[in-house]
Design a protein around this ligand. Structure first.
Ligand SMILES: [Fe+2]
Length: 293
């Protein structure tokens, strides 16, 4: 499939790092207008207390307002398992459309069962404003962006390419961080390898922006690299590691990882496009399924 790559457009990218979840959110500005998109906004939660707040989302909102930007899109690279999405809160204040990959329906079906949701929980992705297919293009002001389907970490993962900037979600980490896990329900190490190869087939100079960084070996947090750097130096897939070697390595590694601290609240909220579920009286309420994940 031919994708709408345009390396001539250089959007301004502002990163926001959340130390509580090691997530990086972005505001991406069209170079030719004041239009912008938000990628992977975070909503804060103190899970022990069941308390939600909006420091991260408010910082993005303040930046957009101070710079007189017009928010057109709120992109979710996937259903995150380690943080809650701040997209609906930002949408309420600034507008814009919330978009995710069309395979959100697969994720909703899987976790609708895990959380024993009733029929009121729609599994058709209708909580989102836009469901992207592989190769779908959309506009941020004058700039053309497109979505690249990159399953493996989850079935709904998409990399979003905006001019010469690609937001890789959880396909890749920085070269010294490697790749994301592939053991969540619907994940697949072989698919993840193929998706990473798809990302690395973008032009060498494409700027890559990470969704997470954990500062391996004590280095400072980083979030930007290039296709060329990942191809040369990625510790999991660089230097010509084979698909078979990657699958074996990834499976062994994943078997040793603990579940993300916030997976239980994150999935319930993010599969609803960032809305907190409610109980039968309409009160915001989260569940903990026992021995189900
Ligand atoms: Fe993720």
């Amino acid at each position: 499939m031919a994708y709408a790559v345009n390396m001539q457009e250089t959007p301004a990218v502002k990163a926001f790092f959340d130390p509580a979840t090691n997530t990086i959110s972005y505001v991406v500005k069209d170079p030719a207008s004041n239009a912008c998109a938000v990628v992977d906004a975070v909503m804060d939660i103190d899970y022990a207390a069941g308390r939600i707040s909006y420091e991260n989302a408010d910082a993005l909102i303040a930046y957009i307002q101070e710079n007189d930007l017009k928010l057109e899109w709120l992109i979710e690279t996937h259903v995150h398992a380690d943080h809650l999405s701040g997209a609906p809160y930002i949408q309420q204040k600034l507008g814009g459309k919330i978009g995710i990959g069309e395979n959100i329906t697969v994720v909703q079906d899987t976790f609708g069962k895990v959380f024993n949701e009733g029929t009121e929980f729609q599994r058709d992705g209708s909580q989102f404003d836009k469901l992207f297919k592989d190769g779908d293009t959309y506009k941020i002001g004058e700039m053309t962006a497109f979505a690249l389907h990159t399953p493996g970490h989850t079935p709904a993962c998409m990399v979003h390419v905006m001019g010469n900037a690609a937001f890789v979600g959880d396909t890749l980490f920085m070269p010294d961080g490697g790749s994301a896990r592939a053991d969540f329900p619907g994940g697949d190490a072989g698919e993840l390898y193929d998706s990473i190869m798809k990302v690395l087939s973008l032009p060498d100079e494409m700027r890559l922006f990470m969704c997470h960084d954990y500062g391996p070996n004590g280095r400072d947090i980083q979030w930007e690299t290039t296709v060329a750097e990942e191809k040369a130096n990625n510790i999991h897939v660089g230097g010509g590691r084979s698909r078979e070697e990657f699958i074996k390595f990834r499976r062994e590694r994943d078997a040793q990882l603990d579940m993300p601290k916030l997976i239980i609240p994150s999935l319930q909220v993010n599969m609803r496009a960032g809305e907190v579920p409610t109980d039968r009286d309409g009160k915001p309420m989260l569940k903990v399924p026992v021995n189900a994940i």
